[in-house]
Design a protein around this ligand. Structure first.
Ligand SMILES: [Ca+2]
Ligand SMILES: [Ca+2]
Length: 364
């Protein structure tokens, strides 16, 4: 926990102003004690007036903010440690463990499959809501997706929205309110979902996350693992030994040598955007106590068909003829979805089968 003053302001990772390295591109933030923040992020030599102000007021310090998001990096580190989930994988996982990537490399290169988790912390602007809000992401990155049709590199993550009374509250005062788990995001098999921290008993720490074998989708419960076109499996699960949590920084401003976050070889940068739109938050807020809700837009009728029909994604993707079988099997339980005209259903399923096939081919 970071030491605080009576007002609860963060003080850790402070450095005397005399030690501020002049002429570097390192970013810093001046944090006030009992007074408000008086200066913005500084790039290059600190203005003499700011240095003098810091020297005149010992409550004011310069803290590291190398990823230039307005949050002291030491504070980000403490939040990452506070809320890190416990990840479960299958004993039959074909890619071993989440990977550590080469620091300083422009392209993502695996250096070890050792269970490393990468993190990201940034402010969440919620002007209409009381208090201060921060979003925390946890990435499990893989050398390869070795599901039904494999491809190199795999970016997966979960995230949480945390709140405190005010932005400079110490890490112990922050509470997780909602959790989000990404599962085949932005594909036709999107099974991403979320739940309140209360539902998961994860307001003061991380929840347990189930990672599907080979495909690496994240699930907030073991039962939910069969969602996502029926291609996910969570069999014989074991806990990932926690190696370390490394802060990635922000897109365009990496930390810890994670310059590969902006590589085009994988969709890393896009996963670093907020998961908690106002629409997502509204759904989470309206969920019944104990309920986990789908957050992939609307759950598509075809996805219900696949699940209720007991058909696998592979079978559905093989041909439209087999897709038709799945529809007939599921017909009794998807009434409203199938009440539309045959033409519309046909078009929808045509797109669906192509989409599922592309998904299985790794064309996310
Ligand atoms: Ca920062
Ligand atoms: Ca950050």
């Amino acid at each position: 926990m970071q030491p605080t003053n009576e007002a609860g302001d963060m003080r850790s990772n402070t450095i005397p102003s005399a030690n501020v390295k002049m002429g570097t591109r390192m970013a810093h933030v001046l944090v006030g004690g009992a007074v408000p923040v008086v200066c913005c992020v500084l790039l290059g030599p600190a203005p003499a007036s700011a240095q003098h102000a810091a020297e005149a007021n010992p409550a004011m310090r310069v803290v590291h903010d190398e990823d230039r998001d307005g949050l002291p990096d030491a504070f980000e580190e403490e939040l990452l440690q506070r809320f890190v989930p416990s990840f479960m994988i299958s004993v039959g996982e074909c890619d071993g463990l989440p990977a550590e990537f080469l620091s300083g490399s422009q392209e993502p290169r695996v250096v070890a499959r050792n269970g490393t988790i990468y993190g990201q912390v940034f402010k969440s602007e919620r002007s209409a809501w009381p208090g201060a809000w921060v979003e925390v992401h946890y990435y499990h990155l893989w050398g390869r997706d070795c599901g039904s049709l494999a491809h190199a590199l795999d970016v997966e993550h979960v995230s949480t929205l945390v709140q405190a009374e005010y932005m400079r509250a110490p890490p112990s005062k922050w509470k997780a309110l909602y959790w989000y788990a990404a599962a085949h995001e932005d594909t036709v098999c999107d099974a991403s979902h979320g739940a309140s921290a209360e539902t998961l008993d994860a307001g003061d720490g991380g929840p347990t996350i189930w990672i599907s074998r080979g495909k690496h989708a994240s699930f907030l419960s073991e039962e939910r693992c069969r969602w996502g076109c029926g291609g996910d499996r969570c069999d014989e699960m074991i806990r990932v030994p926690r190696e370390k949590v490394i802060n990635l920084g922000e897109p365009g401003a990496p930390l810890n040598g994670a310059v590969w976050i902006d590589a085009t070889a994988w969709p890393m940068a896009v996963k670093m955007q907020s998961d908690f739109s106002n629409l997502v938050l509204a759904r989470l807020q309206n969920a019944a106590p104990g309920q986990t809700v789908a957050l992939s837009g609307m759950r598509q009728p075809w996805q219900a068909m696949i699940l209720t029909g007991g058909s696998t994604a592979g079978a559905v993707a093989t041909s439209n003829q087999q897709t038709g079988k799945a529809v007939s099997v599921a017909g009794t339980s998807t009434g409203s979805a199938l009440a539309t005209s045959a033409e519309k259903v046909g078009k929808s399923l045509g797109r669906t089968s192509r989409g599922v096939w592309n998904f299985l081919r790794g064309r996310k």
